[in-house]
Ligand binder design. Structure first.
Ligand code: TPP
Ligand code: MG
Length: 320
């Protein structure tokens, strides 16, 4: 248990530090990362808690905000940073940028900029796994906005009817770009839209332990062949929809609202618990931060030293 708590802490902390480093280097005089970025600060507990339960061969399907999913699932940091710099050594050979991350060896099938597009792909993949009789499961991450797309409803029905091994993880961060959830939907829960179709759980996405434990329970059911589940994780993002601002600067939310959610930071919450239980000393926090910082700097050096794709090869591996 102690070991697992520290792993979850490390996983969240690493995601936060990687994204902060990206943000700090994104708007320099020379734009070295030309890809649009959608940061997940504030939502790390979901990626860490869900992926903490997955086996290497289980496969995740991310969306436009997927640095956290990729890293928590074991995706290669160097290749991700190189992808953000559009280098040939990137995980999509520099053609995809931040919204298109792949690490097949570690079970990251894809991340996609097409809102909700990943959901039906994850279901198709789960169907293939079932037909091949493997025991791997598909996990798809999508937002509250994506949950309003018709293809999500169709995918969920199809997965249920065919008892497919899929976990639908909806990260309800209360906004679709800058439109709040409360002006789009009549219910407080997203899960309630789907509970007549499949089993649904709605949890505090800012409590990594809750996410972890609920996912462990759910994945056992899915692995037993009982069919798909829907997990709604309530959360909040600290940044703008894209790029590095905080959403207060372009006035779609108030400082008070942001501060309220910053006080519920998933990393701070676990750090306090671990410290109170004597499982994490300040010196250990510093050691962890130092180790992650070195890893990040090495990844950025690797990216910057890598070559850009040769112009003559630019269309290789690009289908649309
Ligand atoms: C099919 C499609 N429609 C619209 C967009 C433009 N778009 C990009 S992100 C986004 C909002 C997504 O909101 P949500 O699913 O809640 O994810 P979040 O950004 O909050 O993580 C929209 C409408 C898109 N990329 N793809
Ligand atoms: Mg959202």
């Amino acid at each position: 248990m102690e070991n697992m708590l520290l792993k979850l802490y490390y996983s969240m902390k690493r995601i936060r530090m990687v994204e902060n480093y990206i943000a700090d280097h994104y708007n320099g005089e020379v734009r070295e990362m030309r890809t649009p970025i959608h940061l997940c600060d504030g939502q790390e507990g979901i990626a860490a808690g869900v992926c903490g339960n997955l086996h290497r061969q289980d496969t995740v399907f991310g969306n436009h905000r997927s640095h956290g999913h990729y890293l928590a699932k074991g995706g290669d940091l160097k290749k991700m940073v190189a992808e953000l710099h559009n280098r040939e050594t990137g995980c999509c050979r520099g053609r995809g940028g931040s919204m298109h991350l792949i690490d097949r060896e570690n079970g990251v099938a894809l991340t996609s900029s097409i809102v909700a597009g990943n959901v039906s792909i994850a279901v198709g993949y789960a169907l293939a796994q079932k037909m091949k009789k493997t025991d791997t499961i598909s996990v798809v991450f999508f937002g509250d906005g994506a949950s309003e797309e018709g293809s999500v409803y169709e995918s969920i029905c199809y997965a249920k009817i065919n008892r497919l091994p899929v976990l639908f993880v909806c990260e309800n961060n209360l906004y679709s770009i800058s439109t709040p959830f409360c002006v789009r939907e009549p219910n407080a829960d997203i899960g309630s839209k789907f509970e007549t179709i499949l089993p649904v759980a709605s949890v505090d996405g800012n409590d990594v332990l809750t996410v972890y434990e609920k996912t462990r329970e759910i994945t056992e059911h899915i692995r037993n062949g009982e069919g798909p589940w829907f997990l709604e994780c309530k959360t909040y993002r600290y940044r703008n929809h894209h790029n590095t601002g905080n959403g207060v600067d372009n006035r779609f939310r108030t400082t008070e609202e942001l501060d309220l959610w910053k006080a519920k930071c998933p990393i701070m919450k676990l750090e306090r618990k671990l410290s109170a239980e004597g499982l994490l000393e300040n010196a250990e926090i510093e050691r962890i931060e130092d180790e992650i910082q070195k890893e990040i700097e090495a990844a950025f050096s690797y990216a910057k030293e890598s070559a850009c794709p040769d112009a003559g090869t630019l269309c290789e591996g690009v289908w649309s």
